[in-house]
Write a protein that binds this ligand. Sequence first.
Ligand SMILES: [Zn+2]
Length: 347
Amino acid sequence: MKRKSLSSFTVSVQGKTLSFRRKRLLRVTARLCLLSITILAQLTLAPQPFAQDRRTSKSGAHSSTPAETFTPADRRLVERAIGATCAERIRDPLGSMSIDEMQARPSLPVRNPDAVSGARRAERLLPTTRTLVVNAIVQLAKEYDLYGTAANRARINASTARVEAVRRVKPDVDSRDNASVLLREPRTIEFGTIFLAGLRSDEAMISVLAHELTHIASGEADSLRPLFRAIGRRAGTRTGLRIQGQRAEELACDLVGVMSAREYIKQTPSWEPLPRRLARAVEHNCVDDDESDEDHLSPRNTIRALFALDVEMAGEVLNNGTLGVFPISPKRTPLRAILLTASTCPS
Ligand SMILES: [Zn+2]
């Protein structure tokens, strides 16, 4: 998953040779981005930029990126959608805790009721999310022109097979506000108990599960590298942000997360306003402390890049609670829907 800002508390308990920030970066990124302990040890001794170390030799078929159609009006829409998303998080009873808020919390035992409920949610949603991720990866491969040849299709199929093989979510106290996967053990997603407790909706949980499943999809073979690069390139062009190397992978994993959550929303009609449900896919990035690191865009820039990649979704988030293009359950009373709508207009 993502990582970023650093609390002063943790600074006081971290060590000496490396700055706190460096240490945390190494620890967290290794967990999240699947390096072996051996490589981590090497990095600790030789603190060169981390993202470049993770993957070394990738040949890489450059994909042809579709023509740019991102206008100044789109840019303004994206900015408004960020504001609406983060306002919605505050109003939503099931709104996610922001990442910086999670980081400031004390560790949660595995038996904490909120962590238990989060773990159950994750286990329940894992099978659905696997399917959503497989579909999203194929969709992206087609969109970025990386599905046209037999070799490309074989690469994508190998990726989706790895996703299908994931079987378990393992709660972990020490992972705190992180989720991670180890490519050496690609059937388990390790999930910090703070993170389990902080994601209070199905939409948020699917988004994070899908992120981790996408790391697994790429796997030790780095199969999705060309796709990650193409997504990073497009997002970089649209936002002016530098999105290469590991940053591109992390963003692409987030994009699959958002697409999966959005598809889930389509498949599970609800009386809840569409903007609220969509916001849940990204709102854990609504931080006050908006720091980036070498491997990740800052949380708010992550939302920015995601909406820039999916302007249609940004428009849906701005739909002022009028239920957008997705249907609501006809069995629900219209009065309730109207009341909810009236109380959830984003600024
Ligand atoms: Zn990640």
